[in-house]
Structures are given as C-alpha cells and as structure tokens.
Design a protein around this ligand. Structure first.
Ligand SMILES: [Fe+2]
Ligand SMILES: [Fe+2]
Length: 195
C-alpha cells in the first residue's frame, strides 16, 4: 500500500524514534485485532499508524491548531491539552492523507474515548495500550493482550478504569466521555449477562 509507505516516511521525520516504533506497533496490533473482530484490516492499520501523528506537538501548537482550524473542543480539553492530539491528529490525517470519516473518528476518539465508539475505534484505543513495545505499571499487560483478543469491550473498560484511577491520583481533570463510555459498556454487559 503506497499511502502507508508515504505515511511511514512522514512519521519517521516528524516523530521521535520511540514514538515511530510505537506507531508501527499499534498499526500491527490493529491489523491483528481487525482480523479477529471482522473489521477491514487496511482501514484499521491506517488508523493505527496515524493515531499519534500529532502527539509531539506542544500544548501551544495544539491550541493554535484547534483555534486556526475551528475545531470544537471542551473546557476540559482546553486545560488537558494532551488529549487534543486525538482531535488535531484526526484533522491532519483528513487534510494531509484524505482518510475516511471512520479513520478520522478512530484517531479522534483514541484519547478521550466516546460512548459512540465503533469496533474500529475500540481496536485503535486498545491497540495503543497493548502493542508489543508498550509497558504498564497499573495492570498485567499480558493478561490485557489476551483479553483484547477475546473480549474487546472488557479490554476497553479495563484501560478506562486504569486511566481514571491515575487521573484521580494525579489530581487531574477527567474527560466526561470516558465515564459515559465506561457506563455504556458496563450497562451493555450487565444486560447481556441477565439474558
Ligand atoms: Fe495518543
Ligand atoms: Fe499512542
């Protein structure tokens, strides 16, 4: 796929080596999970490699991009600028590489999550945390890798839980979307267990 090669070259120039390797790891994990959950593999890999394209922009650059391009952001996002690399990265991916709405959304939601996440969005979100160069201090990553391949929603919930806990410990703001997403997925689980 020629587009992927072009993206790889661009990312190699724009990202640190560590972040580039992470992006390749996420792309590969997205491909693996896409096969399991019947999502188009090329689409998932494209979203995976692009998910952090704006990750190394400074808070000032992110805010400037958002304001210059009329991107809607919440008050929480204006303070927690880190999460903005989702929305900004999605906009860049669309303008620079003409990616589809689905790919754009997967990039956008990988930081804050969203109650309307599709399977593709969940695959990118989870792959970001379990790709093979990644480590975690808060959960058993090997178990999480296994869980991701058998129960994607539970894998999403586990990551959201760990993020919320660490945000509370650090006394930071929590994106309300992550709580809405967690509740939605948990309610679906409770209902399906009752059937
Ligand atoms: Fe990211
Ligand atoms: Fe990432």
């Amino acid at each position: 796929m020629e587009l992927i090669e072009q993206i790889k070259n661009d990312l190699k120039q724009n990202l640190s080596e560590r972040r580039y390797e992470h992006s390749i790891g996420v792309m590969e994990m997205c491909g693996e999970l896409a096969k399991i959950y019947n999502v188009d593999v090329d689409t998932a890999m494209l979203a995976g490699i692009l998910h952090d394209n704006a990750k190394e922009m400074s808070p000032e650059e992110l805010i400037k991009y958002v304001d210059d391009n009329n991107i809607n952001i919440t008050e929480v996002e204006r303070i927690n600028t880190k999460v903005l690399h989702g929305k900004v990265g999605a906009d860049i991916a669309k303008k620079k590489y003409g990616v589809s709405k689905q790919v754009q959304q997967a990039i956008e939601y990988h930081t804050t999550t969203n109650p309307n996440m599709t399977t593709l969005d969940k695959i990118v979100y989870v792959s970001d945390k379990i790709e093979l160069t990644r480590k975690s201090d808060t959960y058993d990553i090997e178990e999480e890798r296994k869980l991701a391949k058998t129960d994607l929603d539970s894998a999403v919930i586990l990551i959201i839980n760990s993020n919320i806990k660490s945000l509370i410990e650090k006394d930071k703001l929590i994106s309300p979307e992550s709580i809405e997403t967690r509740n939605k997925l948990m309610i679906e689980k409770i209902k399906s267990n009752n059937n």
